[in-house]
Design a protein around this ligand. Structure first.
Ligand code: S3P
Length: 166
């Protein structure tokens, strides 16, 4: 089984992914981490040198490199599902799980992390709150194509496993 965790930055994909992989005895893969290993630089460094469109092309190629893996939990970058037919691709190749968080919760989690998130463009306060809320509105249509959705703020690995396996 291949599980794709999708959702906005700060939704909790990486921590939940680690917990799910541990519970299931699966391998955990984080597409952002694969990206940084492949390019030997952080995503922030990459964005400083390249256009966002190059990043989206490369993260899509990382996704497609997962076509033959099995028994894995894959945490995807927050924008990955929203480009081209990535949702269709993931729905064909595994089980998609949307970690849903309210914009206020995302703001609380992300407000201290804008330096490491090029998409947030180092915005602060009300401008950051608006940016998160607008981007989430645009992306929801993709995220909501997931097979399963779980509402935060806290999403337990047991709940996810019991729901998707039953
Ligand atoms: C992005 C989310 C990040 C990372 C990149 C772009 C986005 O991943 O892929 O900074 O467009 O939402 P996380 O969701 O893991 O923070």
């Amino acid at each position: 089984m291949v599980l794709f965790l999708i959702g906005f930055m700060g939704a909790g994909k990486t921590p939940l992914g680690h917990q799910l992989a541990k519970e299931l005895g699966y391998t955990f893969i984080d597409t952002d981490q694969v990206f940084e290993l492949r390019f030997k630089q952080t995503i922030t460094e990459y964005f400083a040198e390249h256009r966002e469109s190059s990043f989206r092309r490369e993260e899509r190629s990382i996704l497609e490199s997962m076509a033959t893996v099995d028994n894995v939990v894959i945490a995807t970058g927050g924008g990955l599902p929203c480009y081209k037919d990535a949702m269709d691709w993931m729905n064909r190749n595994g089980i998609t799980i949307y970690l849903q968080q309210e914009p206020e919760e995302l703001y609380a989690r992300l407000s201290t992390q804008t330096q490491h998130r090029p998409i947030l463009k180092q915005k602060r306060g009300k401008a950051l709150e608006r940016h998160i809320s607008n981007l989430l509105d645009q992306r929801k249509v993709y995220y909501e194509q997931a097979k399963f959705a779980f509402q935060g703020p806290v999403i337990s690995p047991k709940t996810v496993i019991n729901t998707i396996i039953l």
